[in-house]
Ligand binder design. Structure first.
Ligand code: MF3
Ligand code: CO
Length: 401
């Protein structure tokens, strides 16, 4: 509805005008559509409606950003902290009912963070729907990148690494994953990049934070990290027309021995998988290497999410499963870029999805860890585009030996 347009305001009864308090006979049509409380949207006349318009219209925008007009009574809800109940749908003030697999629960999620106008946006940023990605030929053929594309991938991957490092340094007991997201968001924007997850298929935050039994795609929220937790931070950024994607799992304070082994084993799984990458190797071999090391260590490999091609598209061919006897097609060629991102579980490989449509957890509630890099196949082997930098924080005890 255009500013000032109120000619289609609907009839109402026994309410007072928001502007002057006289009996109200009109209701803002946009508020009705958004199912806002009627008391906040009632006006006596077209004149009062028009006079209120410049301030009243912000109510609609806020509701749009929060994904709901039905903010419940709690303080957090009035500040825009709500549960994300279902992908792409409105968020609610109540905890949804679910047969939770472990001790972790969803906490309220803050409103979407804003991106300054000078930052170049991917095509889902405004309405939540990727348009080029699902229809591209690059879902079927694996692109060999040009030198120009490769140079842009290097720059973008370096930014993603620096963003992840900044987010990692914010980890300590008592910090919320929302705060981690704020750090990642601000570091991304300071580098002139867009945080790729933000509004991707309506994902509400700028990175993923996956705690304990969360396998992947955890939504940053108001839960405080606790001593003994493990937390994966997954950062993706879009810069100069290309995406970069990496993640690492970190210890919060002191963790138990099994968690230490799980996280170290997952790090090694990724390292071993990267070590076989070179032209001529079958994509399906990656899953054999990862599965072998995970099972040998007494762990299992999550199967629902795979590595993926990446470049001008966030997710494209090839699809790279991390488990053995997979059916991935094709062999690696110099100039291809893709991720490897094994998710290793302490217990069963099976997963369950939370009602928010994003958070993927282990079916038995035991812990899961993940590491991810974006890679370039070279003539002689592989270049880890998202490799650690000399400035990267020292988070992994096994790298100090
Ligand atoms: N880095 C994640 C992956 O490759 C993508 C997270 S964006 C999200 O799976 F919106 F899907 F969460
Ligand atoms: Co990825």
């Amino acid at each position: 509805m255009a500013a000032g347009g109120g000619s289609d305001a609907a009839e109402t009864n026994s309410l007072s005008c928001v502007r002057c308090g006289k009996p109200a006979h009109l209701q803002c049509p946009k508020c009705m559509e958004l199912k806002h409380p009627r008391e906040g949207a009632a006006f006596c006349t077209q004149d009062c409606f028009k006079a209120s318009w410049s301030s009243h219209k912000s109510v609609h925008l806020k509701a749009k950003l929060l994904g709901t007009g039905a903010a419940g009574g709690s303080d957090r809800a009035s500040e825009g902290w709500l549960y994300c109940v279902k992908k792409g749908q409105g968020r609610t003030p109540q905890l949804p009912h679910f047969d939770w697999t472990g001790a972790l629960r969803p906490y309220p999620i803050s409103g979407m963070r804003s991106v300054p106008a000078h930052i170049d946006l991917p095509d889902w940023a405004v309405d939540g729907i990727p348009k080029i990605e699902p229809n591209s030929d690059l879902q079927h053929v694996v692109e060999v990148k040009s030198l120009d594309q490769i140079e842009r991938m290097r720059e973008t991957c370096r930014i993603a690494r620096e963003v992840l490092d900044a987010a990692a340094q914010a980890i300590r007991p008592g910090v919320t994953t929302d705060e981690i997201d704020r750090v990642a968001h601000e570091a991304t924007i300071a580098a002139g990049a867009y945080p790729s997850p933000l509004n991707y298929h309506f994902f509400p935050k700028s990175c993923c934070t996956s705690v304990n039994e969360v396998i992947c795609h955890g939504i940053p929220d108001a839960r405080k990290l606790e001593d003994g937790d493990i937390v994966n931070i997954d950062v993706s950024v879009y810069y100069k027309g290309v995406h970069a994607d990496l993640n690492e799992t970190y210890f919060v304070g002191n963790v138990d021995e099994l968690s230490h082994q799980l996280v170290q084993c997952t790090y090694e799984c990724l390292k071993k998988a990267i070590s076989i990458v070179k032209p001529g190797v079958r994509f399906r071999e990656i899953g054999e290497v990862i599965n072998c090391h995970a099972v040998m260590s007494g762990f299992s490999v999550a199967r629902s999410y795979c590595g993926h091609g990446i470049g001008e598209l966030f997710h494209c061919a090839p699809n790279i499963p991390h488990y053995s006897r997979n059916k991935a097609v094709g062999v690696m060629k110099a100039g291809q870029t893709f991720t490897i991102e094994p998710m290793i579980n302490a217990g069963v490989w099976r997963d369950r999805m939370w009602p928010d449509g994003w958070t993927d957890v282990t079916a038995d509630g035991k812990r899961s860890a993940q590491f991810e890099h974006t890679l370039l196949v070279t003539e002689t082997g592989v270049e880890v585009l998202t490799a650690r930098l000399p400035s990267s924080p020292n988070m992994f005890p096994w790298l100090n030996a």
